[in-house]
Write a protein that binds this ligand. Structure first.
Ligand code: PGA
Length: 250
Protein backbone atom coordinates (compact mmCIF):
# COMPACT_ATOMS: atom_id res chain seq x y z
CA UNK A 1 0.00 0.00 0.00
CA UNK A 2 1.44 3.33 -0.93
CA UNK A 3 1.64 6.02 1.71
CA UNK A 4 1.18 9.75 1.66
CA UNK A 5 4.54 11.29 2.53
CA UNK A 6 5.75 14.85 2.96
CA UNK A 7 9.51 15.30 3.35
CA UNK A 8 11.19 18.61 4.11
CA UNK A 9 14.54 19.07 2.39
CA UNK A 10 16.36 21.65 4.50
CA UNK A 11 19.36 21.66 2.12
CA UNK A 12 22.34 23.71 3.44
CA UNK A 13 20.16 25.72 5.82
CA UNK A 14 19.77 25.83 9.59
CA UNK A 15 22.72 26.03 11.96
CA UNK A 16 22.28 24.53 15.42
CA UNK A 17 20.21 27.32 16.96
CA UNK A 18 18.07 27.69 13.83
CA UNK A 19 17.51 23.95 13.94
CA UNK A 20 16.36 24.16 17.57
CA UNK A 21 13.99 26.97 16.67
CA UNK A 22 12.51 25.22 13.64
CA UNK A 23 12.02 21.98 15.55
CA UNK A 24 10.37 23.71 18.49
CA UNK A 25 7.96 25.37 16.05
CA UNK A 26 7.35 22.06 14.28
CA UNK A 27 6.48 20.44 17.59
CA UNK A 28 3.69 22.99 18.09
CA UNK A 29 1.99 22.05 14.82
CA UNK A 30 -0.95 19.74 14.41
CA UNK A 31 0.05 17.29 11.71
CA UNK A 32 -2.27 14.90 9.88
CA UNK A 33 -1.40 11.54 11.52
CA UNK A 34 -2.12 9.64 8.32
CA UNK A 35 0.78 11.37 6.55
CA UNK A 36 4.35 10.17 6.98
CA UNK A 37 6.36 13.29 7.79
CA UNK A 38 10.15 13.46 7.35
CA UNK A 39 12.72 16.22 7.80
CA UNK A 40 16.24 16.17 6.40
CA UNK A 41 18.65 18.46 8.25
CA UNK A 42 22.30 18.85 7.18
CA UNK A 43 24.73 16.22 8.50
CA UNK A 44 25.93 18.37 11.43
CA UNK A 45 22.44 18.48 12.94
CA UNK A 46 21.16 15.01 12.13
CA UNK A 47 21.99 13.43 15.47
CA UNK A 48 20.63 16.36 17.42
CA UNK A 49 17.41 16.46 15.37
CA UNK A 50 16.94 12.72 15.68
CA UNK A 51 17.02 13.01 19.47
CA UNK A 52 14.72 16.02 19.62
CA UNK A 53 12.14 14.32 17.40
CA UNK A 54 12.48 10.82 18.81
CA UNK A 55 9.13 10.91 20.58
CA UNK A 56 7.37 12.70 17.70
CA UNK A 57 5.82 11.12 14.62
CA UNK A 58 8.38 12.89 12.43
CA UNK A 59 11.14 10.90 10.77
CA UNK A 60 14.65 12.17 10.18
CA UNK A 61 16.54 11.47 6.96
CA UNK A 62 19.90 12.45 5.47
CA UNK A 63 20.31 14.50 2.30
CA UNK A 64 23.08 12.35 0.87
CA UNK A 65 25.60 9.60 1.64
CA UNK A 66 28.68 8.05 0.07
CA UNK A 67 28.52 4.85 -1.94
CA UNK A 68 31.45 3.13 -0.21
CA UNK A 69 31.19 1.39 3.13
CA UNK A 70 33.95 3.47 4.68
CA UNK A 71 37.63 4.33 4.38
CA UNK A 72 39.74 7.09 2.88
CA UNK A 73 37.05 9.37 1.48
CA UNK A 74 37.72 12.71 3.14
CA UNK A 75 34.60 14.70 3.86
CA UNK A 76 32.17 11.90 3.20
CA UNK A 77 29.57 10.09 5.32
CA UNK A 78 28.63 6.40 5.06
CA UNK A 79 25.35 4.54 5.44
CA UNK A 80 26.75 2.80 8.51
CA UNK A 81 27.44 6.15 10.18
CA UNK A 82 23.91 7.33 9.47
CA UNK A 83 22.41 4.16 10.85
CA UNK A 84 24.56 4.42 13.98
CA UNK A 85 22.74 7.66 14.89
CA UNK A 86 19.30 6.27 14.10
CA UNK A 87 18.95 7.68 10.59
CA UNK A 88 17.67 5.01 8.23
CA UNK A 89 16.42 7.05 5.28
CA UNK A 90 18.48 8.97 2.75
CA UNK A 91 17.71 11.25 -0.19
CA UNK A 92 19.71 10.27 -3.26
CA UNK A 93 19.90 11.88 -6.68
CA UNK A 94 18.67 15.35 -5.81
CA UNK A 95 19.10 17.64 -8.81
CA UNK A 96 21.50 19.85 -6.86
CA UNK A 97 23.74 16.82 -6.25
CA UNK A 98 23.51 15.97 -9.93
CA UNK A 99 24.18 19.54 -11.12
CA UNK A 100 26.78 20.83 -8.62
CA UNK A 101 28.52 17.66 -7.49
CA UNK A 102 28.65 15.68 -10.70
CA UNK A 103 26.43 12.82 -9.52
CA UNK A 104 25.34 10.92 -12.59
CA UNK A 105 23.02 7.95 -13.01
CA UNK A 106 25.88 5.43 -12.78
CA UNK A 107 27.13 6.84 -9.47
CA UNK A 108 23.59 7.07 -8.14
CA UNK A 109 22.98 3.44 -9.04
CA UNK A 110 25.92 2.54 -6.74
CA UNK A 111 24.63 4.77 -3.94
CA UNK A 112 21.20 3.20 -4.22
CA UNK A 113 22.69 -0.30 -4.04
CA UNK A 114 24.75 0.58 -0.98
CA UNK A 115 21.86 2.20 0.85
CA UNK A 116 19.51 -0.70 0.16
CA UNK A 117 22.16 -3.28 1.04
CA UNK A 118 22.59 -1.48 4.35
CA UNK A 119 18.86 -1.80 4.93
CA UNK A 120 18.11 1.88 4.46
CA UNK A 121 15.12 3.49 2.78
CA UNK A 122 15.91 5.67 -0.23
CA UNK A 123 14.07 8.75 -1.45
CA UNK A 124 15.27 8.75 -5.05
CA UNK A 125 15.01 12.08 -6.90
CA UNK A 126 15.00 12.68 -10.62
CA UNK A 127 13.47 15.04 -13.15
CA UNK A 128 14.14 16.88 -16.37
CA UNK A 129 15.71 20.29 -16.99
CA UNK A 130 13.84 23.14 -18.65
CA UNK A 131 15.55 22.70 -22.02
CA UNK A 132 14.71 19.01 -22.04
CA UNK A 133 11.04 19.78 -21.44
CA UNK A 134 11.04 22.48 -24.10
CA UNK A 135 12.44 19.97 -26.56
CA UNK A 136 9.77 17.45 -25.59
CA UNK A 137 12.36 15.04 -24.18
CA UNK A 138 11.13 15.02 -20.57
CA UNK A 139 9.63 11.53 -20.68
CA UNK A 140 12.78 10.07 -22.24
CA UNK A 141 15.03 11.79 -19.69
CA UNK A 142 12.99 10.53 -16.75
CA UNK A 143 12.85 7.01 -18.18
CA UNK A 144 16.62 7.04 -18.59
CA UNK A 145 17.18 8.27 -15.03
CA UNK A 146 14.99 5.49 -13.67
CA UNK A 147 16.52 2.85 -15.89
CA UNK A 148 20.13 3.71 -15.16
CA UNK A 149 19.80 4.75 -11.53
CA UNK A 150 17.22 2.36 -10.20
CA UNK A 151 16.13 -0.51 -12.38
CA UNK A 152 18.98 -2.76 -11.27
CA UNK A 153 17.43 -3.23 -7.85
CA UNK A 154 15.69 -6.41 -6.79
CA UNK A 155 11.89 -6.55 -6.70
CA UNK A 156 11.96 -7.06 -2.96
CA UNK A 157 13.80 -3.78 -2.39
CA UNK A 158 11.05 -1.60 -3.83
CA UNK A 159 9.28 -1.56 -0.48
CA UNK A 160 12.17 0.58 0.82
CA UNK A 161 12.04 3.05 -2.01
CA UNK A 162 10.22 6.35 -2.37
CA UNK A 163 10.40 8.28 -5.64
CA UNK A 164 10.50 12.05 -5.94
CA UNK A 165 9.83 13.56 -9.34
CA UNK A 166 11.32 17.04 -9.30
CA UNK A 167 11.42 18.94 -12.58
CA UNK A 168 14.60 20.99 -12.26
CA UNK A 169 12.93 24.08 -13.68
CA UNK A 170 10.46 24.10 -10.77
CA UNK A 171 12.97 23.79 -7.92
CA UNK A 172 13.39 26.98 -5.92
CA UNK A 173 12.05 29.03 -8.82
CA UNK A 174 8.52 29.65 -7.61
CA UNK A 175 7.35 27.94 -10.77
CA UNK A 176 5.55 24.64 -10.19
CA UNK A 177 4.58 22.04 -12.68
CA UNK A 178 0.83 22.32 -13.06
CA UNK A 179 -1.07 19.59 -11.21
CA UNK A 180 -1.87 18.08 -14.61
CA UNK A 181 1.79 18.09 -15.65
CA UNK A 182 2.71 16.41 -12.36
CA UNK A 183 -0.05 13.81 -12.79
CA UNK A 184 0.95 13.14 -16.40
CA UNK A 185 4.56 12.46 -15.41
CA UNK A 186 3.69 10.44 -12.30
CA UNK A 187 1.40 8.27 -14.40
CA UNK A 188 4.20 7.79 -16.92
CA UNK A 189 6.57 6.83 -14.09
CA UNK A 190 4.15 4.15 -12.89
CA UNK A 191 3.78 2.81 -16.42
CA UNK A 192 7.55 2.69 -16.81
CA UNK A 193 7.95 0.78 -13.54
CA UNK A 194 5.14 -1.60 -14.46
CA UNK A 195 6.91 -2.37 -17.75
CA UNK A 196 10.28 -2.94 -16.09
CA UNK A 197 8.94 -4.80 -13.04
CA UNK A 198 5.20 -5.32 -12.56
CA UNK A 199 1.93 -3.54 -11.80
CA UNK A 200 2.05 -4.46 -8.15
CA UNK A 201 5.35 -2.66 -7.59
CA UNK A 202 4.32 0.35 -9.64
CA UNK A 203 1.02 0.72 -7.79
CA UNK A 204 2.60 0.41 -4.37
CA UNK A 205 5.53 2.80 -4.63
CA UNK A 206 4.93 6.32 -3.29
CA UNK A 207 5.78 9.01 -5.83
CA UNK A 208 6.32 12.50 -4.42
CA UNK A 209 6.31 15.70 -6.42
CA UNK A 210 8.92 18.36 -5.67
CA UNK A 211 9.45 21.88 -6.96
CA UNK A 212 8.01 25.03 -5.37
CA UNK A 213 5.27 23.23 -3.43
CA UNK A 214 3.67 25.80 -1.12
CA UNK A 215 0.61 25.86 1.16
CA UNK A 216 -1.43 27.48 -1.62
CA UNK A 217 -0.77 24.83 -4.29
CA UNK A 218 -0.18 21.63 -2.27
CA UNK A 219 -3.81 20.51 -2.07
CA UNK A 220 -4.32 20.67 -5.80
CA UNK A 221 -1.09 18.82 -6.57
CA UNK A 222 -1.64 16.17 -3.86
CA UNK A 223 -5.20 15.74 -5.10
CA UNK A 224 -3.95 14.07 -8.27
CA UNK A 225 -4.32 10.28 -8.21
CA UNK A 226 -0.68 9.40 -8.88
CA UNK A 227 0.84 12.04 -6.58
CA UNK A 228 1.46 10.67 -3.09
CA UNK A 229 2.98 13.72 -1.45
CA UNK A 230 5.85 16.13 -1.80
CA UNK A 231 9.52 16.83 -1.29
CA UNK A 232 9.54 20.37 0.02
CA UNK A 233 12.51 22.73 -0.05
CA UNK A 234 11.94 26.41 0.75
CA UNK A 235 8.57 25.98 2.43
CA UNK A 236 9.92 23.31 4.79
CA UNK A 237 11.98 25.96 6.58
CA UNK A 238 8.84 27.60 7.94
CA UNK A 239 7.01 25.33 10.38
CA UNK A 240 3.57 26.81 9.65
CA UNK A 241 3.96 26.45 5.90
CA UNK A 242 5.35 22.94 6.22
CA UNK A 243 2.46 21.90 8.47
CA UNK A 244 -0.06 23.40 6.05
CA UNK A 245 1.48 21.30 3.28
CA UNK A 246 1.42 18.14 5.43
CA UNK A 247 -2.26 18.83 6.11
CA UNK A 248 -3.14 19.47 2.47
CA UNK A 249 -4.31 15.92 1.62
CA UNK A 250 -8.03 15.48 1.35
P1 PGA B 1 11.69 23.88 -3.46
O1 PGA B 1 12.75 22.67 -3.44
O2 PGA B 1 10.46 23.41 -2.74
O3 PGA B 1 12.38 25.02 -2.74
O4 PGA B 1 11.42 24.19 -4.89
C1 PGA B 1 12.35 21.35 -3.64
C2 PGA B 1 13.56 20.45 -3.59
O5 PGA B 1 14.64 20.85 -4.05
O6 PGA B 1 13.49 19.30 -3.10
Amino acid sequence: MRKNIVAGNWKMNCDLSETDYLISRLMEQKLDPSVQVIVTPPFTNLHHTYHLLKSMPIGVAAQNMHQEEGGAYTGEVSAKMLKSIGVETVILGHSERRAYFGEDNALLAKKVTTALTEGMTVIFCFGEELQERKEGRHFDVVKQQLKEGLFHIAEGDWSRLVLAYEPVWAIGTGETASPDQAQEMHHFIRETIAEAYNADISENVSILYGGSVKPNNAAEIFGKPDVDGGLIGGASLKADDFAAIVNAFH
